[in-house]
Design a protein around this ligand. Sequence first.
Ligand code: FPP
Ligand code: MG
Length: 370
Amino acid sequence: LPSRIPFSQPKFAFQERRVSTQLPPEVAQVQDAITSALARVNERFDRQLRSEFLPVQRLCRHVERYRGKMLRPMLVLASGLAAGKGGGVASDGCAVRGDYTSLITPDHITVAAVCEMIHMATLVHDDVLDEADTRRRGETINRLHGNETAVILGDYLIAAAYHLCSQLDSQKIALMLGQASMTLCTGELLQLSHREDLSLDEPTYFEIVERKTASLVALACHLGAACSGTEEATCQRFESFGLKIGVAFQIQDDLLDLTSRQATLGKPVGKDLEKGKLTLPMIHYLSSASPIDRGRALTLLEEACNDSASAQPARAQLLATMEQSGSLRHAQAVAAALVNEAKGQLAFVPDSAPRALMLAMADAVITRSF
Ligand code: FPP
Ligand code: MG
């Protein structure tokens, strides 16, 4: 059995780069169940977006290409298995480990598809806001078809997500998915209100990140556990795991936006500064530098926050400054600490292959390079 497996099966030839991680050998026991469940999630996703109209079909086919890591669906499934009977011993004392496929319910599949659909809607809209032309190595919808089409396609995805949600028996789950979507939008609105705000502080940055990214990751973990009939207090621990890895994920995303290259990342780099979004390394530098260094950085930031010819050298200089001052390392350390705290949330969960998978996924969130 391979010691490195991709998070999901490659679907398109151009998606050759996948998040992979060193997986403990016992994870192989759950690999087949997760892979076949992800195929069911994909099928549910595609069926939900089906339309009789060719232009809609074409756009939805393009959105399929946005689907890369399938982090949220995988977390729904892995949480469901780690929290439920697959994570230990059934209440009647029978060991049920190993029979993972039978433990994945239709609700797990639906919730996983809904989470991915909400996520896709946010990406389509986010690329409009960021004026991004590339995602996952392909052209964005806004680049190919313009902002109007991208906005309405995002709306179609979000409408489809709630239509799918309404097919769940549990009104509580639908309510929570609606609430998380609202939280996510408030994160984005908060971020917009702080564009080019050079005094943005760490608490506000974390508030934005928890909302725009971590809220949905947290809910994926909570609902995965809940769909296995897990008690509320345990679901909360899974949610806390998701919230912490969600924040770590966005910190890593922000670091890669500063330090990576488009060829590696599959999407444009330097967008955060171009759009006047301060992220953790920059916020840390500005709050810890001497008044003179801070003044220099603010002048560079003014230049970096636009798309003029001097923006690129200004960004390169800021990056070197954050590297030398230890602000990049600070952000990496914060993300690593969050991953450790997240893993600590699962300390009470019986050792099992799904739990090992979740721990490996937590590590992959910050070791990924794209
Ligand atoms: C990625 O951030 C963006 C998000 C995690 C959330 C975006 C949310 C919206 C645009 C609100 C729309 C919401 C709904 C429900 C339709 P990023 O730009 O830092 O990441 P990137 O580098 O992947 O673009
Ligand atoms: Mg973006």
